[in-house]
Design a binder for this molecule. Structure first.
Ligand code: IRN
Ligand code: FE2
Length: 625
């Protein structure tokens, strides 16, 4: 009786998630349609025989048009360009005659690559001379962009609307725990477009939104918003087809990936990225130094600023929304890693360290930082300042090299802000629990509250094969303390390339960490999904419980393993305690008993439990005979 999960079309996972449908919420300031997911719930049957409706849950949805059956997919056409009109309307961009990169022009002329060519290649947009097209620039000028309103609606998960509709009714939309955020001012009520603008203007949040990636649905990274997760994909060999690459992206968005980094290396890096960007509904990030290294056949010492600059422009014209740039890994910090157990574990960090040592010169990403800013602001590419010297083992956590680099990141933030370029900071790595808080505190101090984006951190080194878990522990903690985005880690970390199952396991694990942090911080839209699921669980609405889950398919599958019959989906017990030992069933009976006998619940509990205990003793005797 296994159900087919995530049906595919042309190799791409589609179909709505179980029990869900795509809805589009209209904006008030702008003509926008904000994609959200509505989970329909069944009614509650009260003990007096009456039926009580349960409002459907409207939740944040990263899956893009793929879960909308009304939308036809055509990978060669790409997704609808929802932001194109907003961008053009601002009147500050122009369409280029051609792509700037010589490298790309050469590839365009290469007939052998024809089968990889994207059909609807559009000429890139660029800011008009002297114009700055970043969301930070608009925010500072007091402009609320459609992107900002989109984000405000999305972040609230429409709890504002639902509360209005269900005012006065007992439902799961009851108040939530206040939460405790560290050094942040998580709004206690709804998120407004003005609040979004203000946070971006202050540099506390970024909206990665390259003008050449209009397919992307606007999202925000900042500690006063929902904690986000990033997923990494990338082919190191050229074994996979383009469909396979796109499917990886679609798959990670389906389960909740908020941004996606394409860390591909190898031959057809440009073409693969084109396909991913055109078909990706979330912001795409890259580490441009990886492609630059390919262009010099893997010889770090042959890298030059000019070659790197051209790679940046090539990727900016394609639509990459944020760049990891290891500009803070300075020459003088490299010796600080000499005595480490695991040295330099960052790929980008080690490439730059090698270049610095080979030439005995300062990191060219640092010395050319202002020029990089000029490029970034012409397309609104955001910085993700790399942590090239992050600790790669528990022994190396919070050492001098790591914090020296973090301080330099803080310096560079200020330069980026001077240019109105959006910036966030990358963080560790491997850090034991008691040393995690210090990372967040130092980042806030050194980096002037720019969003923090960390890789875990892994809280122990002894569990290869389970590093999604060792790192989710650290991620939940640092998310609670104020980290805005968590870079996922899959079970294959340190061991191999993740397959589809690993990607899903990584995403779900990180959704747990991010949501646990949202609850602790008291994000106004966080707790009601927990309340809805708990109510469904308590009322034995099994289907609702599955559908509200982060991973409905696995929840259903586990339940089916022991109770596959359809009848079990309405049964008032599960196989964990069996029909007679279910605490929730007993509590309900106690409530009914109280209602009948007009006793208070507390008295009933005592009385009912006594009766039940006698009953159980009897049953228990039979069981263990
Ligand atoms: C996130 C925080 N610190 C590092 N990351 C991610 O790690 C980064 O965004 C990129 O996706 C990945 C690899 O980076 P390195 O190894 O080149 O630094
Ligand atoms: Fe590691």
């Amino acid at each position: 009786m296994k159900k087919e999960h995530a049906p595919q079309e042309n190799g791409i996972s589609r179909a709505p998630l179980p029990g869900s449908r795509k809805i589009y919420v209209k904006g008030e300031l702008h003509d926008i349609n904000v994609a959200m997911r509505e989970i329909m719930l069944s009614p509650t049957k009260l003990s007096n025989g009456k039926i009580e409706e349960n409002p459907s849950a409207v939740i944040y949805d990263t899956s893009g048009p793929y879960t909308d059956p009304n939308f036809e997919i055509d990978l060669k056409k790409g997704l609808p360009r929802i932001r194109e009109e907003w961008i053009l309307k601002r009147g500050d961009v122009e369409q280029l005659e051609n792509f700037s990169s010589e490298y790309f022009s050469e590839r365009l002329a290469d007939e052998k690559l024809d089968h990889l060519r994207f059909e609807h290649l559009k000429k890139p947009l660029k800011a008009k001379k002297g114009a700055n097209v970043t969301q930070l620039h608009y925010a500072k000028k007091g402009i609320i962009t459609p992107e900002m309103e989109y984000i405000a609606i999305r972040e609230n998960q429409r709890i504002d609307l639902m509360k209005e509709q269900h005012a006065g009714k007992q439902s799961y939309l009851t108040e939530q725990h206040p939460g405790e955020s560290f050094g942040a001012n998580t709004p206690k009520s709804f998120i407004t477009p003005e609040f979004v603008r203000d946070e971006v203007a202050a540099g506390r949040a970024i909206i990665p939104s390259n003008i050449n990636h209009p397919e992307s649905e606007p999202m925000i990274i900042g500690r006063n918003f929902l904690v986000k997760i990033n997923t990494n994909i990338g082919n190191s060999a050229v074994t996979s087809s383009i469909e396979e690459e796109v499917e990886k992206a679609v798959w990670s968005c389906r389960w909740g990936g908020d941004t996606l980094m394409d860390l591909s290396t190898g031959k057809n890096i440009h073409e693969t990225r084109e396909w991913i960007i055109r078909n990706c509904p979330v912001p795409v990030g890259t580490v441009p130094i990886y492609q630059a290294l390919e262009k010099v056949n893997g010889k770090a010492e042959d890298l030059t600023w000019e070659l790197f600059r051209d790679t940046l422009i090539e990727q900016a014209e394609q639509g990459v929304d944020y760049f990891t740039i290891h500009a803070a890994a300075l020459l003088r910090y490299v010796p600080l890693t000499a005595k480490r157990v695991t040295g330099i574990v960052s790929r980008g960090g080690s490439i730059m360290a090698k270049w610095c040592l080979a030439h005995h010169k300062e990191n060219f990403l640092y010395t050319h930082f202002e020029e990089i800013c000029e490029i970034m602001k012409a397309y609104d590419v955001a910085f993700s300042l790399g942590d090239g010297l992050r600790p790669g083992s528990i022994a190396d956590a919070n050492d001098e090299a790591q914090y020296a680099e973090l301080k330099t990141q803080g310096e560079l933030n200020k330069i980026a802000w001077k240019h109105d370029v959006q910036v966030m900071n990358e963080g560790p790595g491997h850090v034991p629990m008691h040393m995690i808080k210090d990372n967040m505190e130092k980042q806030l101090e050194y980096c002037n509250e720019a969003p923090f984006y960390t890789l875990g951190p892994l809280t122990t080194d002894i569990a290869p094969g389970y590093d999604h878990i060792t790192s989710a522990i650290g991620a939940a903690m640092i998310g609670w303390y104020g980290t805005a985005m968590l870079c996922y880690v899959t079970p294959k970390e340190h061991l191999g390339l993740p397959n589809k199952k690993d990607v899903k396991d990584g995403v779900i694990t990180y959704k747990i960490a991010a949501h646990a942090a949202d609850l602790a911080k008291g994000h106004p839209g966080a707790q009601y999904r927990d309340n809805a699921l708990s109510k469904a669980r308590f009322e034995f609405r099994w289907e609702d419980q599955f559908n509200l889950a982060l991973d409905p398919d696995t929840a259903r599958e586990f339940h089916d393993e022991t109770l596959p019959a359809d009848g079990a989906k309405v049964a008032h017990f599960c196989s964990m305690c069996g029909p007679n030992f279910c605490s929730m069933k007993i509590t309900q009976e106690v409530r009914d008993f109280a209602a009948k006998k007009e006793l208070s619940e507390k008295e009933a509990l005592e009385k009912g439990m006594k009766e039940k205990s006698e009953e159980f003793k009897e049953k228990g005797k039979q069981l263990y005979l």
